[in-house]
Ligand binder design. Structure first.
Ligand SMILES: Nc1nc2c(ncn2[C@@H]2O[C@H](COP(=O)(O)OP(=O)(O)OP(=O)(O)O)[C@@H](O)[C@H]2O)c(=O)[nH]1
Ligand SMILES: [Mg+2]
Length: 296
C-alpha cells in the first residue's frame, strides 16, 4: 500500500488576493468568509482537504500588510506569520495578478527552506491576462518558486491542477485530524464569521473593520429553529447608529441576511438575534482582543 501523506499548507498573500475564495474552491465548501474589502479574514482558518491516502491541512490566513496600524493588525500579522513560518510544510503564495507589478516581485515571508507555489489569481479578468506572461516570467526568475500556476479561484479555473501540485508535495505521515473532520472550529465560530461577512457586505468605510462579533448563545432546540444570539461590538456610538439605521431598518436587514446565510451553512433553521454594543477603541485594547477571540 502507498504511504499515507499529510501536511500543513498555508495560503498566504496580500489582503484581497483571494485566499479565502481559494480555500473554499479547494474544499468545495464555503468555509471561510469572503468580501470585496481588504482585511476580511482575521483568523487562521483550517480547512481539511482529504481523500484516499492523504490529508492536506489548508490554512487560510489574514492578508499580509507591510505595517500594522493598530494592535489588531499586529495580532493578525503574528497569526499569518506563525502559519507561514511554524506550521507550513508548503506555502501557496497567492498573488492578485491584476494588482501585481512585473517590475516589483514580492517574496513570501517564509522560513528558509519551505517550498512554495507561486499562484497568480484572478486570471479570469482581462487586466490580469494582459500582463500574465510578463508577471510570471519576472516573478518566477526573482523568487524561484517550486512551481508557477495561474488560477481563477472565483471561476474555479486551474484549481484542480493546483490541488494536484499541493498533493504531490505533501510529506509522508499519518493524518493529523480524525478523518471526515472539515475544520478544528465549531459552529459557534462560523456563526460569528457569517454575521461578520454580512457586515462587510452591507456596510462601508470603517464600519466592517470596526466591528467584532461574539456569539453569546447557540442553542439547538428539538422541533424548533436553533437559537443564536450574537453581539456586534463597534468602537463608537456613531457606528452603532449606522449599524442600526433609521428606525432599525439596517439592523433588520443585516439580521435577515445573516440568518439566511447561517441557515444555508448549517442546513437547518435558525432564529438569529443581534445586539449592538460599543466597546471604545476595542482594536487597540488587548483585553478586548482577547475577549473577542483574536488573542489567545
Ligand atoms: N474576478 C475574480 N475575483 C476574485 C477571484 N478570487 C477572489 N476574487 C474576489 O476578490 C475579493 C477578495 O477575495 P477574498 O477571498 O476575500 O480575499 P482574501 O485574500 O481572503 O482577503 P483578506 O481576507 O482580506 O486577506 C472578493 O471580492 C472575491 O470575490 C478571482 O479569481 N477572480
Ligand atoms: Mg480572507
Amino acid at each position: 500500500m502507498p504511504e499515507h501523506k499529510s501536511g500543513f499548507v498555508a495560503l498566504a498573500g496580500r489582503p484581497n488576493a483571494g485566499k479565502s475564495t481559494l480555500l473554499n474552491a479547494l474544499l468545495g465548501v464555503k468555509l471561510s468568509i469572503v468580501s470585496s474589502k481588504p482585511q476580511t479574514t482575521r483568523h487562521r482558518i483550517l480547512g481539511i482537504l482529504e481523500g484516499e491516502g492523504y490529508q492536506a491541512c489548508l490554512l487560510d490566513t489574514p492578508g499580509l500588510l507591510d505595517a500594522a496600524a493598530d494592535p489588531l493588525q499586529k495580532v493578525l500579522r503574528v497569526e499569518s506569520s506563525r502559519a507561514l513560518r511554524e506550521d507550513a510544510d508548503l506555502v501557496v503564495w497567492l498573488v492578485d495578478a491584476t494588482a501585481a507589478d512585473p517590475a516589483r516581485p514580492e517574496a513570501p515571508p517564509l522560513r528558509a527552506g519551505t517550498p512554495f507555489l507561486l499562484v497568480f489569481n484572478k486570471c479570469d479578468l482581462p487586466t490580469a491576462a494582459a500582463k500574465l506572461d510578463a508577471l510570471a516570467a519576472a516573478w518566477s526568475a526573482a523568487l524561484s518558486p517550486a512551481k508557477v500556476l495561474r488560477v481563477s479561484a472565483l471561476k474555479k479555473q486551474g484549481v484542480e491542477e493546483l490541488k494536484s501540485e499541493i498533493l504531490a508535495r505533501l510529506p509522508a505521515g499519518p493524518p493529523f485530524y480524525e478523518k471526515g473532520q472539515l475544520s478544528d472550529r465549531w459552529e459557534r465560530f462560523f456563526a460569528a464569521e457569517i454575521v461578520r461577512e454580512q457586515v462587510f457586505e452591507l456596510y462601508h468605510d470603517e464600519i466592517p473593520h470596526a466591528t467584532a462579533v461574539v456569539v453569546e448563545n447557540f442553542r439547538e432546540k428539538a422541533g424548533a429553529p436553533d437559537e443564536v444570539h450574537a453581539t456586534l461590538y463597534v468602537e463608537r456610538d456613531g457606528q452603532k447608529g449606522i449599524l442600526i439605521g433609521k428606525a432599525g431598518r439596517d439592523l433588520r436587514r443585516l439580521t435577515a441576511r445573516a440568518q439566511a446565510a447561517l441557515e444555508g451553512f448549517l442546513g437547518r433553521r435558525v432564529a438569529l438575534e443581534l445586539w449592538i454594543k460599543v466597546r471604545k477603541d476595542w482594536r487597540k485594547d488587548p483585553r478586548s482582543l482577547k475577549e473577542f477571540g483574536y488573542l489567545s
